[in-house]
Design a protein around this ligand. Structure first.
Ligand code: PMP
Length: 366
């Protein structure tokens, strides 16, 4: 059997050429006579892997020089706590714009270390829209303003049509969770104080996360904490304060090279628009057989939650999809229904196969 089209939300599909190259290099990396995963992180081989990964990511995302890039163990959730510890003074508040499940997680993690002010929330609307910028109640002395650029479960994304992809929040630096949309389109990093995300959607395997942080913010004292929780210490030691997740970092590096070869973030933006448009038009054109409830102005290009009008058909839909080589479509338990994640590694043909299947399933069961 061949590999399926994988719509998983994360861990998610990796580009096949990356997996093949990793397979090819697994036993012996270059002329090291050992696997990259068996070598010291401080040896010349891994140092080369690490620095190429960083410079490739900087190129890919056009990261300005006054920003540091960190490759750290663990997931995005860790950073949701660390950002409060590192950047908020004791007793200071931070503003959160809540647009879905992962914004809630961010608030829960930060809440242990900072006074959280929920400046705006889409919860009353079931997280189907993003509250208009005019309605946000930002604090005057916030340590930072946090948004979730793309809500992986609710399928809500800050889009240019909404106003600005990076909203203007005044004096406080804007911190953004880009876990599920990073590298899917050009990003003006200079509008953010901090951009972070786990790698396991668009960038590589789970187990490593990326933090892009404006260097001057690292001068803030933050709160008493161990070195290992300090971004400044991590940056000073080039993300090697302790043993980094070398295998994950290496694989992410291969994904960066693949993305550059494929044409970079502009090309992935084009493909993402195309893939999302095809899927949403299939849902909207199904005469109610399928449904997506998100405000069209902020529909996510990356994660498309959808529901069958008859939830009794869910199990058959998933079983037949799997039979047809389409996996990872079961919705998150928070929402139920279905979800198709359309990350960079998923080709347009995958979405064509899905929409053909959806139309056929609709005809047979409608
Ligand atoms: N933020 C977003 C937008 C996510 O999608 C996820 C994971 N799906 C997280 C945070 C949590 O990430 P992790 O499991 O890597 O901590």
């Amino acid at each position: 059997m061949s590999r399926a089209h994988n719509f998983s939300a994360g861990p998610a599909a990796l580009p096949e050429p990356v997996l093949r190259r990793a397979q090819q290099e697994l036993l012996e990396w270059g002329d090291a006579r050992a696997s990259i995963v068996e070598l010291s992180h401080r040896g010349p081989e891994f140092m080369q892997v690490a620095s190429e990964a960083e410079s490739d990511l900087r190129n890919l995302l056009s990261v300005p020089d006054d920003y540091g890039v960190l490759f750290l163990a663990g997931g995005a959730t860790t950073h949701q706590a660390l950002m409060a510890l590192n950047f908020a003074a004791p007793g200071q508040c931070a503003d959160y714009v809540l647009t879905g499940h992962w914004g809630k997680t961010a608030i829960r993690q930060a809440g242990a270390y900072v006074r959280v002010n929920i400046s705006a929330s889409g919860e009353d609307d079931g997280f189907r829209s993003i509250p208009p910028r005019e309605s946000w109640r930002l604090s005057r002395d916030a340590a930072y303003v946090h948004i979730t650029a793309n809500e992986t479960i609710h399928g809500v994304e800050f889009r240019p049509a909404w106003g600005e992809p990076a909203p203007d929040v005044g004096e406080a630096p804007l911190f953004a969770d880009f876990s599920s949309s990073i590298a899917s389109e050009p990003l003006d990093i200079s509008r953010y104080g901090l951009v972070y995300g786990g790698a396991q959607k668009n960038l590589g395997p789970v187990g490593v996360s990326i933090v892009i942080v404006r260097r001057d913010l690292l001068e803030r004292a933050g709160q008493p904490r161990a070195d290992i929780f300090s971004y400044a210490s991590h940056l000073k030691s080039d993300s090697m304060l302790n043993t980094p997740p070398t295998w994950n970092w290496y694989l992410a590096g291969l994904v960066f090279k693949w993305m550059i070869e494929e044409g970079g973030v502009r090309e992935f933006a084009r493909r993402s628009e195309q893939k999302a448009a095809l899927l949403y038009s299939t849902i909207d054109g199904s005469a109610g057989f399928y449904r997506n409830d998100v405000d069209p102005a902020v529909r996510s290009r990356m994660n498309v939650p959808f529901f069958l009008a008859d939830a009794g058909l869910d199990a058959a839909f998933l079983a037949e999809a799997r039979e047809g080589g389409l996996i990872g479509l079961k919705g998150h338990r928070v929402l139920g229904g279905m979800r198709a994640s359309l990350y960079n590694a998923l080709p347009l043909e995958g979405v064509r196969a899905l929409t053909d299947f959806m139309q056929d399933f609709g005809r047979r069961h409608g």
